[in-house]
Write a protein that binds this ligand. Structure first.
Ligand code: FAD
Ligand code: SF4
Ligand code: SF4
Length: 365
């Protein structure tokens, strides 16, 4: 396959840098966001001791370097390809068609907010837009487990936010290996960046990028290291075991842990800085700007989600889900949208500072 590509493309750039450069530029320098994209599309990279590792030497290939969202990322170029234009200065949440507050029917007991992320995936599966969904479930100890869900029940079972870093894109590999051809994915902005980069790159290899059919993105300000959060906060500060936790949430500047007796334990969000995952520093994307449709809590009231439809596919899916009565909607308030934009702008500022501190290059917004 490589010979054929070389004949077709005289100097493919993805052969210039390999895993060695990825390891040096991204993994060892701690700007890796652990999205799992490099692990998903390379049979030689595995997740070893919580990070990507080359388990089988390959002297020729550099797909991992090319696909990684932290080696180089040109948002302007990606927006142009995806939306046909770049954003305007007032589009702090990225390019979108419609912004609404929405709430899914019958998912309140499972969902983090309005349950819209889950409802969209279920609707996509039931209407044949996707034939499976890669979701991020958890075990009893709140360790993330990325799964290939093929039923509505499995998608619903994975609802709810796990505030710990997860290499969820890696599970796309399992979906491809199982032969799925219309893969849906839900995840954080960095995970969406990785997958969209793979989908938009003009390169000759076919590693399954044409099988990604839908990207549902979440809003995300920051994420946490599992060991640091569980040891430092859950056990250290609150005296709880992870298995005693029923729910984590971030609301109105507080990080809150609700235990299985229903009791809430909380600290100001600033007090969780020590548990933040290092790779979240150089991250500018709050609203999953490259998703087909984005869903978050900021901007809407309790039990509702803020929804931004971005691509034609996202708009169509949302319209069909609404028409089927699986979600209801109301106008998102100006105040709510302004708050989301303010947080997005704050994330860009943090990105700029962290890029200098962490010597990050090649990522342009
Ligand atoms: C790490 C993280 C940080 C977030 N920070 C913000 C924020 O600052 N502001 C804001 O408005 N919203 C934030 N969100 C989004 C918010 O928590 C909800 O996910 C969103 O509002 C959708 O709610 P829902 O009820 O529609 O989702 P649900 O229907 O409950 O579905 C949630 C989906 O999220 C997926 N998921 C859960 N945890 C992870 C994970 N760690 N990695 C990848 N996918 C995951 C699951 O697969 C599930 O399908 C964050 C989400 C995550 C995962
Ligand atoms: S950022 Fe993602 S693609 Fe890049 S090295 Fe880390 S896990 Fe791999
Ligand atoms: S802050 Fe950025 S890098 Fe960290 S989980 Fe969220 S999107 Fe990914």
């Amino acid at each position: 396959m490589i010979m054929a590509a070389k004949e077709k493309f005289a100097e493919p750039t993805y052969l210039e840098c390999g895993f060695g450069e990825l390891e040096y530029k991204v993994i060892k320098s701690e700007i890796c966001c652990r999205c799992g994209t490099c692990e998903a599309f390379c049979p030689r990279i595995e997740h070893v001791e919580n990070k990507p590792a080359l388990v089988n030497y390959d002297p020729l290939c550099g797909l991992c370097f090319t696909y990684c969202p932290r080696t180089f990322l040109d948002m302007g170029a990606m927006e142009s390809k995806l939306f046909g234009r770049t954003r305007n200065a007032d589009e702090a949440l990225g390019i979108y068609k419609k912004a609404v507050s929405a709430q899914a029917q019958g998912l309140a007991a499972h969902a983090q907010d309005g349950g819209v992320a889950t409802a969209l995936l279920v609707a996509a599966l039931q209407s044949g837009v996707i034939d499976c969904a890669v979701v991020t479930d958890r075990d009893e100890e709140w360790r993330t487990v990325a799964r290939v869900a093929t039923t509505a029940e499995e998608i619903v079972a994975a609802a709810g936010t796990k505030y710990t870093i997860s290499n969820s894109v890696q599970a796309v590999k399992a979906a491809l290996e199982k032969g799925y051809k219309k893969i849906g994915f839900v995840g954080t902005p960095c995970q969406i960046q990785g997958l969209r980069k793979v989908m938009l790159l003009e390169e000759p290899y076919q590693f399954g990028q044409d099988k990604i059919a839908l990207l549902v993105g979440l809003f995300c300000m920051e994420n946490f290291d599992y060991d640091a959060l569980m040891t430092g906060l859950v056990k250290g500060k609150f005296g709880l075991m992870p298995k005693d936790v029923a729910r984590f949430e971030i609301k109105k500047g507080m990080f809150r842990v609700i235990d299985k007796t229903g009791k809430a334990h909380e600290v100001k969000i600033e007090e969780t800085d020590a548990f933040t995952f290092a790779g979240c520093g150089p991250c500018f994307d709050f609203a999953s700007e490259l998703a087909d449709i984005s869903v978050g809590s900021v901007g809407s009231g309790d039990g509702w989600s803020t929804v931004l439809t971005r691509t034609d596919a996202g708009e169509k899916l949302y319209a069909a889900t609404l028409a089927a009565g699986a979600v209801q909607e109301k106008a998102v308030s100006e105040k709510g949208l302004a708050l989301a934009k303010k947080l997005a702008a704050g994330k860009v500022k943090r990105f700029e500072t962290k890029c200098v501190e962490m010597n990050v290059s090649g990522i342009t917004r």
